[in-house]
Design a protein around this ligand. Structure first.
Ligand SMILES: NC(=O)C1=CN([C@@H]2O[C@H](COP(=O)(O)OP(=O)(O)OC[C@H]3O[C@@H](n4cnc5c(N)ncnc54)[C@H](OP(=O)(O)O)[C@@H]3O)[C@@H](O)[C@H]2O)C=CC1
Ligand SMILES: O=C1CO[C@H](CO)[C@@H](O)[C@@H]1O
Length: 340
């Protein structure tokens, strides 16, 4: 079988540490092209991983040999680049948040349908080994039904991740549109929808901008209610100066699951009424580096080669980003809103 040829738009942090790295290790995958508006950056990546260098993604998309495209650029560019890639007949893996408005997200889904190509969204928290284990435990039914949860993603801010440090686009409304809620909260909205096998129907939220360098929110909290009636809380923040906090605690009728609260045991189950504990040693929760589970690139490649719709498709991406967009609206209006 011929190799699947991939083109990368955006050669920054996530492309470098995850997508290109993972792609280079996949049998049957070829890094055919790397595009970045910063030519030097694209050239550096191409020296390391191979591929033709582009600075204009529209030119790259004209290459008929490229089968699939990975969009990892500032949020605002996700939708136009994805739609252009579908028009050029490519499959697309787009980073989260998939879009910055509901309309854009819908147009991306329609464009995928019209092109008969796959759209996958980079909501990679679902693939982290502790989260996969927690899902298995919940599914087994041994700790009963979920009642409530809290899930947090707090780290010192994108300057530690992004290629441009404190000057990064993440802090600029014109490129990022959303702040910490859109950046980290969307991971948690997606994770919780998937873990609970449920959708959020009502939200209220608070957001603030605590750092001068940011003109988007950098600290936010959402209260959520699901279709099944589960209530929970998501915190997303770029102002935590301690170690990264990527924790989830799920309370069920027969016990509690803690994910990421104990450094030695990423998943801890405590049964109700002193009926014992389970300590699970299962890999790490990691975004840009040290990923120990299978990555999103592998999942995307598998979907293409096995001709199977990606599990994290456009509709999944839509439901997660719509939860966050509604939370942002709820915060602004100081109201509880129905997720739409
Ligand atoms: N799933 C996950 O765990 C993660 C997801 N992400 C997501 O990935 C996306 C990218 O983030 P990250 O890699 O950290 O950001 P970076 O800033 O490190 O990289 C983005 C790159 O895109 C380039 N770029 C900007 N405009 C264009 C354009 N028109 N054409 C081609 N390239 C362009 C930037 O160049 P320049 O700097 O010159 O503008 C930069 O090199 C974000 O949406 C983020 O939310 C990020 C990290 C982890
Ligand atoms: O998981 C992640 C780690 O931090 C990055 C910068 O805030 C995010 O964009 C990313 O999704």
């Amino acid at each position: 079988m011929a190799k699947v040829k991939y083109g990368f738009i955006g050669a920054g942090s996530i492309a470098r540490w995850r997508h290109l790295n993972e792609c280079a290790k996949i049998n049957g995958a070829e890094i055919a092209a790397i595009c970045d508006i910063d030519k030097k950056r694209a050239q550096e990546r191409a020296e390391e991983f191979g591929g033709t260098v582009y600075t204009d993604y529209k030119k790259m998309l004209k290459d008929a040999d490229i089968d699939a495209v990975i969009v990892s650029t500032p949020n605002k560019l996700h939708a136009p680049m994805t739609i252009a890639a579908f028009k050029a007949g490519k499959h697309v893996l787009v980073e989260k948040p998939m879009a910055t408005t509901r309309l854009e997200a819908k147009k991306m889904i329609e464009a995928a349908k019209a092109a008969r190509k796959y759209l996958m969204v980079g909501q990679n928290q679902r693939l982290m080994p502790p989260h996969v284990r927690a899902k298995e435990i919940l599914k087994s039914g041994r700790i009963g039904k979920v009642v409530s949860f809290r899930s947090e993603f707090q780290h010192p801010g994108p300057e530690g991740w992004s290629i441009d440090g404190a000057k990064s686009w993440f802090f600029k409304k014109k490129d990022a549109v959303m702040g910490a809620l859109g950046d980290l909260g969307v991971h948690k909205a997606d994770l919780m929808r998937w873990l609970l096998d449920d959708d959020f129907v009502e939200v209220s939220a608070f957001v603030s901008t605590l750092q001068k360098k940011s003109d988007v929110d950098d600290h936010g909290m959402i209260l959520l209610k699901s279709k099944k009636g589960i209530m929970g809380q998501i915190t997303a923040s770029w102002v935590n100066r301690g170690p990264e906090n990527n924790q989830t605690v799920i309370t069920c009728t027969n016990g509690t699951i803690e994910i990421g609260t104990n450094p030695d045991y990423p998943v801890v189950v405590t049964y109700a009424h002193g009926a014992g504990r389970e300590l699970h040693e299962v890999g790490a929760i990691a975004s840009n580096t040290n990923q120990t589970g299978s990555g999103i690139m592998d999942a995307f490649h598998e979907s293409i080669t096995k001709k199977r719709k990606p599990e994290i498709d456009g509709n999944e991406g839509y439901a997660s980003v719509a939860t966050i967009l509604t939370a942002m609206e709820a915060a602004k209006q100081r109201k509880t809103l129905k997720v739409k």
